[in-house]
Design a protein around this ligand. Structure first.
Ligand code: ACO
Length: 355
């Protein structure tokens, strides 16, 4: 694993996984990119076929898990359920105490495969419907949409979902990956590592921003309202969700792709309304914060992905958990890297002043 898991140039807006630009990676499948992150190299045809088959084989969740999901309060965000269920299912994993590379890889496959099924099952049960078993003939993205809806998505929607998972898969030492890495540094098991990631991802300054973006789009409702409402938020010193980034001081390269994809979806669906509302928000933020105040606050990964979910009829309660479907491969890649170091991460308190 010599290649860096991730490279970000925040001034030029460049993002690479294992030295490959994300603009190239979005032309691949999520399975390929997941393999790349975890194994360090893109898979050959046979390796990919085996990896994809293993993932598809492990998508099912058992009835006990659905029963636990059914006991939940259905007004909560899906990430809450996911956090608990990932922890709960570790008991069913025959490799839970096998910390060999092979045992860890089997756990990784189970986690990547089952997370979409858990989220979809929650969504179906919360809406009074039977969960839909996964379809092994479908890609990771298409299968997720199928398990939510009960019907197969269009080719474009399936591709957009795959690209969403790919673009969400990895981003160096963001808050959730750092949390995961700290847990991995104690040599805790992979389920604990992923739960740590989920806990940090949930916050509105990180993965939770996507849900907030969807709520803001609903609040603003049409392009004509955007300027007035955004100006009010700025006047109240509120942060505009889906904008700004600790590392990028220019447009987030993932934001650029999501913007193009949301426009494509809008045109195909013959409904420009969400796209134009988002664009009106962006124009106001860039004019008021970037141009007038000189702060580099551009759309980040969460802004136009929130628009995409609006077009794909994905409710806000699922948005953050969908981020986790993609990001889990990045957490696992960092975990395996950290396991090799066999050294606990132990910063000193004074370092917090620099965070
Ligand atoms: N809207 C308005 N102003 C903003 C925004 C925003 N979204 N983001 C930053 N600013 C302003 C801050 O108010 C601050 O102004 P000041 O210098 O006058 O005090 C300045 O820009 C720097 O902001 P910080 O919060 O210090 O920047 P930091 O790098 O720490 O924060 C963060 C990055 C947390 C992402 C921030 O931009 C933010 O809160 N954005 C909104 C939430 C969001 O979209 N989060 C998702 C990020 S992507 C991800 O995690 C998957």
């Amino acid at each position: 694993m010599s290649k860096n898991i991730c490279f970000i140039d925040g001034l030029e807006g460049i993002l690479k996984y294992r030295e490959i630009d994300v603009n190239q990676l979005i032309e691949l499948t999520y399975d390929s990119v997941s393999y790349l992150l975890i194994q360090g190299e893109l898979p050959g045809a046979q390796e990919l076929a085996i990896y994809s088959a293993c993932l598809r084989e492990e998508r099912e969740i058992n009835r006990e898990i659905i029963n636990i999901i059914s006991m939940y309060n259905f007004n909560i965000d899906a990430i809450e359920i996911l956090r608990t269920i990932v922890s709960f299912i570790s008991q069913f994993d025959p490799d839970i105490y096998d910390s060999t590379p092979e045992g860890n890889m089997r756990k990784a496959i189970r986690l990547i495969a089952k997370i979409p099924t858990i989220i979809a099952a929650y969504y179906r049960v919360a809406n009074g419907k039977e969960p839909i078993p996964p379809d092994r003939s479908l890609s990771h993205g298409a299968n997720f949409l199928y398990m939510i809806r009960g019907s197969k998505p269009s080719k474009l929607e399936a591709e957009v979902m795959e690209k969403d998972f790919i673009l969400s898969a990895e981003h160096e030492l963001n808050a959730s990956t750092f949390s995961s890495r700290i847990t991995a540094s104690t040599l805790a098991d992979l389920y604990s590592v992923v739960v740590s990631g989920l806990c940090a991802l949930k916050g509105p300054l990180h993965g939770g921003a996507r849900t907030e973006v969807m709520s803001m789009l609903e609040e603003i409702a049409c392009p004509e309202n955007a300027e007035k409402i955004i100006l009010e938020k700025i006047a109240k010193n509120e942060k505009i969700m889906g904008f700004g980034h600790r590392v990028y001081k220019t447009y987030d390269p993932r934001g650029t792709v999501f913007k193009q994809l949301s426009k494509q979806l809008a045109e195909i669906k013959g409904d420009m309304h969400w796209y134009e509302t988002a664009e009106a928000i962006e124009i106001t933020v860039v004019r008021e914060i970037v141009e007038k105040k000189g702060k580099p606050i551009y759309p980040n990964v969460d802004f136009y992905s929130g628009v995409i979910y609006r077009y794909m009829d994905i409710p806000p309660q699922l948005a953050t958990s969908i981020f986790a479907i993609g990001r889990v491969s990045g957490w696992i890649a960092h975990c395996f890297d950290q396991y090799e170091k066999k050294r606990v991460i132990r910063p000193r308190a004074f370092m917090l002043d620099e965070c």
